[in-house]
Design a binder for this molecule. Structure first.
Ligand code: DGL
Length: 264
């Protein structure tokens, strides 16, 4: 069986690449819901429905044992409901994991005391990060900033405008004197070095933590680990495929990949 990796679009390819590099033998299948991107401006019900359809594809048609919802927005809007209501009825033996709690744990393991976060409108509005943080350690200070222009700029070759947009978005967080910055969106992985250089903050980037957290999870769940096929096979699917997506996918993943269209 395979390990599934899901994102609303192509940004999760940077998480997939890091997972594939770290667990190099494990067979993985990636699904990006390019047909419905961006999730960050959509309603909870829509994000839930899109994510549920993606899980059906990955767990059903692709026979995944475990799926990582790499998308922060989908993790916030759909994960709990999928885990508690949908999975036990449809695939009781399979597992779906998100990225919010592992990201906060990684920040705290690094000694974060005053955390800032950038993410989509949905992530910020959902308050999922401050809520989960309060459960782990209510003494940690936290600020967040919605950065809705970043995903369209990253997905559509908007690099020349990124610096000024980023500076505008980061200014209020820097004024608060945060020490740690969580990049709360798959797409922002490609901004990590720029932000590190420009701000000097301790930047938490999910490509650097999710593979390690996943490895740890598999160590603690040998019954799942042993079901994963290990032939180094990689499959990539998107729900809408254009020449532009093919080009962007290779660029974002950093290597030639064969990407196919999935009909959900
Ligand atoms: N991939 C999503 C996330 O990690 C953001 C992109 C979107 O708005 O769909 O939050």
């Amino acid at each position: 069986m395979k390990l599934g990796i899901f994102d609303s679009g192509l940004g999760g390819l940077m998480i997939a690449e890091a997972i594939n590099r770290h667990l190099d033998a494990v067979d993985t299948v990636y699904l990006g819901d390019t047909l419905h991107l961006p999730y960050g401006n959509r309603s909870e019900d829509t994000i839930y429905e899109c994510t549920r359809a993606a899980m059906e594809f990955l767990l059903g048609a692709q026979d995944c044992r475990l799926v990582i919802v790499a998308c922060n927005t989908a993790s916030a809007a759909a994960l709990r409901r999928l885990q508690q209501e949908w999975l036990p009825v449809h695939y009781p033996e399979r597992r779906i994991l998100g990225v919010v709690v592992p990201t906060l744990e990684a920040a705290l393991e690094r000694g974060a005391r005053y955390i800032g976060l950038i993410g989509t409108n949905y992530i910020v509005r959902s308050e999922i990060y401050p809520q989960e943080l309060r459960k782990i350690n209510p003494a940690i200070r936290f600020e967040q900033q919605a950065t809705p222009l970043l995903v369209p700029l990253i997905e559509h070759e908007g690099t020349p405008w990124l610096d000024s947009v980023l500076a505008h978005y980061l200014a209020p967080l820097l004024a608060q004197k945060i020490e740690t910055l969580i990049l709360g969106c798959t797409h922002y992985v490609c901004l990590k070095e720029t932000i590190r250089t420009q701000t000097g903050l301790d930047v938490i980037s999910q490509d650097e933590i999710i593979p390690l957290k996943l490895e740890d999870y598999l160590r603690r769940h040998p019954e799942i680990d042993r079901d994963l096929d290990r032939e180094g096979r990689r499959d990539f699917y998107v729900t809408d495929l254009t020449d532009n997506y093919v080009k962007s996918a290779q660029y974002i993943y950093g290597a030639p990949i064969d990407i196919r269209r999935a009909v959900l």
